[in-house]
Design a protein around this ligand. Structure first.
Ligand code: TXA
Ligand code: MG
Length: 340
């Protein structure tokens, strides 16, 4: 298949109509969002959605997020609307928050991985919104990477993974946020965070009060445990290199590296650390003081490790509050929970 790459900077670009029509007619397309690039298909068309799973090599029980551009589209996707959901949407939409509610009958089980709930978000990226408008249907879209790989934060990452597997890629520049949306479920009594992102636990609490953080955010699921968010049970965000996460401050990190096998290895560290590490190649992912910047750069850093062919990556342990929790959650999965 030939992949058409459209570099688009304006939501009025005429080529968005071509992509919108293709989506409406059952095709798939990679599109930019403010979080990461998504691989979109009509959320109401099971055959189109199936193409997403094939292109990504994604397990069929891992549900997709449905993207809308107008609030009215939400009502028909859910069984009943929920006041807390409306409050969250008012506070954070359009933006990097995904809200899970019980699904209505029009949402195919292919989208929800067989679950009776549907995850919905309204992205803030003007081109993402324009594509949804042009398609005229809500769009199911997981991150536009090969399943298990780091999520794509620019069109080049998408091309690396999906060239020849999708008919369209829209290049809308680099993603602002750089990690996927925060996912919260309102299915149970107490709202529960399933995936941390740029909308932090603290921000969510300020709008709807108490929330639980699912234990899969921090820990590996044990055999036999069911995942509230099926995506949590899969190996994820992993470069080819094996990643080790090193707990402790910079001194501990430097000591660890002194004794570690640094052949064909890289240090994945904060900007401030780089100049003090002389005996190992360095890949930085932002300032120690700036978790938003770390979120923005972490996936590119992991992909850089692959491009350079490292076999081993020793990563600094980020802070776990605020947006830091999102960075930590991705890194610990990239490391397959290998922490020392
Ligand atoms: O920022 C984002 O959310 C990006 C962009 C493209 O919007 N999308 C994204 O999709 O990250 P994906 O498929 O890579 O991650 C969706 C996550 C998975 O962990 C999945 O298991 C979970 O959300 N999820 C989706 N629907 C769910 C549901 N009904 N119940 C529980 N978890 C759900
Ligand atoms: Mg993903």
């Amino acid at each position: 298949m030939k992949t058409n790459l459209f570099k688009i900077t304006s939501p009025d670009d005429e080529r968005l109509k071509i992509v919108g029509e293709a989506l409406r007619n059952g095709e798939i397309a990679a599109i930019p969002t403010e979080t990461v690039y998504g691989l979109a298909a009509s959320a109401l068309n099971p055959a189109a959605v199936e193409k997403i799973y094939v292109a990504k090599g994604r397990p069929g029980d891992n549900p997709l997020i449905v993207h809308i551009s107008r609030l009215e589209q939400w009502n028909v996707l859910v069984r009943r609307m929920d006041n807390r959901a409306l409050k969250l949407a008012k506070a954070f939409w359009p933006g990097p928050l995904t809200i899970i509610l019980e699904k209505s009958d029009i949402v195919p089980l292919e989208v929800t991985g067989g679950l009776d709930t549907v995850a919905v978000r309204m992205p803030s990226h003007p081109i993402a919104r324009a594509v949804i408008d042009c398609a005229g249907v809500p769009l199911a879209a997981p991150s536009a990477n090969i399943s298990g790989k780091p999520s794509p934060t620019c069109a080049e990452h998408v091309l690396d993974d999906l060239d020849g597997k999708v008919p369209y890629i829209i290049d809308g520049g680099e993603c602002d946020v750089g990690v996927e949306s925060t996912v919260i479920t309102l299915k149970g009594e107490t709202p529960r965070l399933l995936r941390p992102g740029a909308i932090t636990v603290e921000m969510l609490k300020s709008v709807i009060g108490e929330i639980e953080v699912d234990k899969a955010v921090y820990n590996r699921l044990q055999d036999g445990q069911t995942a509230a968010s099926p995506g949590m049970k899969y190996k994820h965000y992993s470069p080819n290199a094996s990643v080790v996460l090193i707990k402790g401050d910079f001194e501990r990190y430097r000591q660890y590296l002194k004794n570690a096998d640094t052949k064909n290895a890289a240090a994945l560290c904060f900007d401030e650390d780089a100049k003090a590490l002389n005996d190992i190649d360095v890949i930085t992912f932002g300032s120690e003081k700036d978790p938003l910047q770390q979120a923005n750069r972490i996936f590119d850093a992991l992909r850089t490790a692959d491009k350079k062919g490292y076999g081993k990556v020793y990563a600094r342990y980020p802070k776990t509050d605020g947006v830091g929790l999102a960075v930590f959650n991705r890194l610990i999965r990239a490391a397959g929970f290998n922490v020392v």
